[in-house]
Design a protein around this ligand. Structure first.
Ligand code: ADP
Ligand code: MG
Length: 335
C-alpha cells in the first residue's frame, strides 16, 4: 500500500489538476508496489495510468460544468473516469460481438463519415439487475477513451414539472457540447410515464419532448439507455435505438469465466475446482456471485489465511442464502 505521504500527494495533485506531478507520484507508487512484489496491483495501476490516457483535466472540467436542478441545486448527472476494460467483464458471445463492432465503428468513424455513414451511437441495454448493463457502458467509455456520464431519467422527470423541461434542455445542451458516453439509467421511468393514462397531460408532453430531444441529439459520443423493465417500454421508444443488447443471467460457461476473473490474483487452495463451483452459482447474477466471492475473500483475510478455501466460499454462500430469503420475504410483504 502507498504511504500516507504518497496518498496525500495523489489527492493533492489530482484535485489541483497538476497532471505532471500526478504522473510522477503515480509512477513512484507503481515502482514501490512492484518492488514489494505486488505485480498484479502494479500492472493494474499501470494499465489505469497509461492504458487509455484520458486526461484528468478533461473530466475535472466536465464535472465543474454539470447542470443542476434550479429548484434544489442537485446535479442532474454524474461524470466518471471509466477504469474497467473489456478484460474485466464477461459478456455473452452475441453481446461481445456487438460491442466489438460498435468499438470498431467508433474508432474508424471518420472513414465511415467520408462514405456518408454514421457509427451506431444509440444503444439500448435491457435485462435483470446485476448482469452488466452499467459496467458495459463503463467499458465502452474506457475502450473509446471517453468520460462516462450517468443520469437517471426519474431524477429529471420527477422534479417540479415546470423545472423538468428546463432540466432536460440543460442536460442535452451539456451532452451536446462534450464528447462522452452517456448512460440514461432506469430508462423505464420514461415508459412508465407514458403507460400511465391517469398522469397529467403535461408529463406526456414532457416525455414526448424528451423523445424529440433524443432524436435531435447529435453528440459526438454514444448514447446508451438501460432498463430492468423492458416490458414497460413502448415501440416508439425501441425504434429509436440502433442496437439492442439483452443482458441475461450468466450460463455455466460464463460463470466459469467470471469465477476465473474474480479469482485472478487470489491464492487458492480449493478441493473443488472451478467447474464444480460454477454449478453452485447457477441462477445467480454476476453481481450476486461477485458479492459472495468478495465476502469469502474478506473472510479469508480476517482469518489471517493466505489461501482461499472451500469453507470460505461455503460460509459466504450460506450468508447469501439467508440474505436472499430475507429480501424475498420482505419483498412479498410489501408487494
Ligand atoms: N457481465 C459482467 N461482467 C463482469 N462483472 C459484472 C457483470 N455484470 C455485473 N458485474 C459486476 O456487478 C456489478 C453490478 O453490475 P451492473 O453493471 O451495475 O448491473 P446492471 O446495471 O445490469 O444492474 C458491476 O459493477 C460488476 O462489478
Ligand atoms: Mg445498472
Amino acid at each position: 500500500m502507498p504511504s500516507a505521504k504518497q496518498l496525500r500527494q495523489v489527492f493533492q495533485t489530482a484535485t489541483s489538476g497538476d497532471a505532471e506531478s500526478f504522473q510522477q507520484i503515480a509512477e513512484e507508487i507503481i515502482r514501490d508496489e512492484r518492488a514489494k512484489q505486488h505485480h498484479l496491483l502494479a500492472n493494474d495501476l499501470e494499465r489505469i495510468l497509461y492504458g487509455k490516457p484520458l486526461a484528468v483535466g478533461t473530466v475535472r472540467q466536465l464535472k465543474l460544468n454539470v447542470p443542476t436542478d434550479k429548484e434544489r441545486g442537485l446535479p442532474l448527472l454524474s461524470v466518471y473516469t471509466p477504469t474497467r476494460s473489456l478484460d474485466d467483464i464477461v459478456l455473452s458471445d452475441e453481446n461481445l460481438s456487438i460491442v466489438e463492432e460498435i468499438l470498431l465503428e467508433h474508432s474508424r468513424r471518420e472513414i465511415l463519415q467520408s462514405h456518408g455513414l454514421q457509427a451506431a451511437d444509440r444503444l439500448l441495454f435491457y435485462g435483470p439487475p446485476g448482469c452488466g448493463k452499467t459496467v458495459t457502458a463503463e467499458v465502452i467509455a474506457y475502450e473509446l477513451e471517453l468520460p462516462l456520464a450517468i443520469l437517471r431519467i426519474d431524477s429529471i422527470v420527477s422534479s417540479f414539472l415546470g423545472e423538468t423541461a428546463a432540466n432536460l434542455r440543460s442536460v442535452f445542451e451539456y451532452l451536446q457540447a462534450s464528447k462522452m458516453v452517456v448512460l440514461f439509467d432506469e430508462f423505464d421511468a420514461l415508459g412508465r410515464e407514458r403507460a400511465d393514462q391517469s398522469e397529467h397531460g403535461e408529463i406526456k408532453r414532457l416525455v414526448n419532448s424528451l423523445l424529440q430531444m433524443l432524436d435531435a441529439f447529435k453528440g459526438s459520443g454514444l448514447l446508451i439507455a438501460a432498463t430492468n423493465h423492458e416490458g414497460t417500454l413502448d415501440s416508439a421508444v425501441w425504434r429509436r435505438f440502433e442496437e439492442v443488447l439483452s443482458f441475461e443471467l450468466p450460463n455455466l460457461e460464463q460463470i466459469k469465466k467470471f469465477l476465473e476473473l474474480k479469482f485472478r490474483g487470489v491464492r487458492r487452495n480449493l478441493l473443488r475446482d472451478i467447474p464444480e463451483w460454477a454449478k453452485r452459482f447457477n441462477g445467480m447474477s454476476h453481481a450476486d456471485i461477485e458479492r459472495i466471492i468478495r465476502r469469502a475473500i474478506k473472510e479469508m483475510v480476517l482469518q489471517n489465511k493466505e489461501f482461499l478455501e472451500d469453507k470460505h466460499l461455503e460460509a459466504s454462500l450460506k450468508r447469501e442464502d439467508r440474505r436472499q430469503r430475507k429480501i424475498h420475504r420482505n419483498g412479498q410483504e410489501s408487494g
